[in-house]
Design a protein around this ligand. Structure first.
Ligand code: HEM
Ligand code: NAG
Ligand code: NAG
Length: 338
């Protein structure tokens, strides 16, 4: 009992330590400010947030999964060179697109929605709103549109002049990475164990391909047996559409209970051993701190929402380009002067 109380105290401290705060903006020497703040476009493009939201809402109304895809796009942007829209660049000249990396190829989506938002914003206020901020706002709007929390987004990111396919291959966790490897990849980005569990909660929406979890169904540890932390009945159902070979691209909900609603069923599923990815289930089975967090979020949706919003702001603040660094791209797929 005493141990579990002190664990809760540690968790509360970790969660609080991630609360961000910032002073009121004033750029030194007249240059653009070197930090992010929510009012960044209030004068230069007052309708920016409204335009992003309306186009995201239209896209999600057309296809519910798009909310999930846009949240993931932000994650895969921020974990590679920071939240700088590097993930949006197509290959050309010296640029090798991150779109072809192992985690992204045949998997990452939402690029056309970002293009549509960018085109609308270039019309409304040319050369003003960065692609990196568009992706960040789209992730927030997507979350709240499908039932998740809403939060204020610090703004003022600028766009990268390059991409890193190596960074994309190495920094983004794989679904069969060990718990330690995943936690290390988060810590390298300044995110802690609470951020890891809260942000993994975005797997309450969206889909995964068979190829991302097949190993669990047949030969998890090389002994020819399925993952013993996966419910046997659930595994049998998954095997019907995810065979030993073939069907790589077949799609499955990450949260089979409420796949298009942002809620805490993801965590309840983990407790029932019905997490889809190995990286999901290990949060409940591999570490006492993450196990406790899974239980807390499964029991308290409000706490999950609060931590999720806080951790999304923290992830969105990973090494942004500000001031005179980078540029404001005209087309999110290309640098302005290749
Ligand atoms: C903790 C480590 C993580 C791992 C190993 C991981 C892995 C994956 C994998 C393998 C998929 C399915 C991809 C496919 O098969 O096409 C997926 C989907 C998804 N991931 Fe993660 N993920 C992680 C963390 C995150 C985080 C931090 C976020 C956002 C905050 C996120 C958001 C999503 C969403 C929303 C989807 C569904 C996308 C869609 O339906 O288009 N994931 N993830
Ligand atoms: C993880 O999955 C990749 C891609 O399917 C595979 O090449 C690798 O061997 C797997 N790693 C482990 C430790 O099982
Ligand atoms: C399981 O994987 C191991 C190591 O990768 C391999 O040697 C073995 O043949 C596999 N077993 C089955 C039944 O696929």
């Amino acid at each position: 009992m005493a141990a579990s109380i002190s664990l809760l105290v540690v968790l509360a401290a970790l969660a609080l330590s991630s609360a961000s705060s910032f002073a009121f903006p004033h750029g030194h020497g007249g240059g653009p400010p070197a930090f992010l703040f929510p009012q960044f476009y209030d004068h230069s493009c007052p309708k920016a947030q409204q335009i992003v939201k309306s186009i995201v809402a239209k896209a999600v109304a057309k296809e519910a999964r798009m909310a999930a895809s846009l949240v993931r796009l932000h994650f895969h942007d921020c974990f590679v060179k920071g939240c700088d829209a590097s993930v949006l660049l197509d290959s050309s000249g010296t640029i090798v697109s991150e779109k072809n990396s192992l985690p992204n190829r045949n998997s990452l989506r939402g690029f056309e929605v970002i293009d549509e938002i960018k085109a609308a914003l270039e019309k409304e206020c040319p050369h003003t709103v960065s692609c990196a901020d568009i992706v960040t706002l789209a992730a927030r709007d997507s979350t709240s549109l499908v039932g998740g929390p809403y939060w204020e987004v610090p703004l003022g990111r600028r766009d990268s002049l390059g991409a890193s396919i190596q960074g994309s291959n190495n920094n983004i966790p794989a679904p069969n990475n060990t718990f330690q490897t995943i936690l290390t990849k988060f810590k390298l980005k300044g995110l802690n164990i609470v951020d890891l569990v809260a942000l993994s909660g975005s797997h309450t929406i969206g889909l995964s391909r068979c190829t991302s979890f097949r190993q669990r169904l047949y030969n998890q540890t090389g002994n020819g047996l399925p993952d013993f932390t996966l419910d046997a009945g659930y595994a049998a159902a998954l095997r019907t559409r995810c065979p030993r070979s073939g069907g790589d691209q077949n799609l499955f909900p990450l949260d089979f209970v409420s796949p298009t609603k942002f809620d805490n069923f993801y965590f309840k599923n983990l407790i029932a051993k019905k997490g889809l990815l190995s990286s999901d289930e290990i949060l409940f089975t591999s570490n006492p701190v993450t196990e406790k967090l899974v239980e807390l979020y499964a029991a308290n949706n409000e706490l999950f929402f609060e931590h999720f919003a806080q951790s999304m702001v923290k992830m969105g603040n990973i090494t942004p380009l500000t001031g005179n660094h980078g540029e404001i791209r005209t087309n999110c797929r290309k640098v302005n002067h290749p």
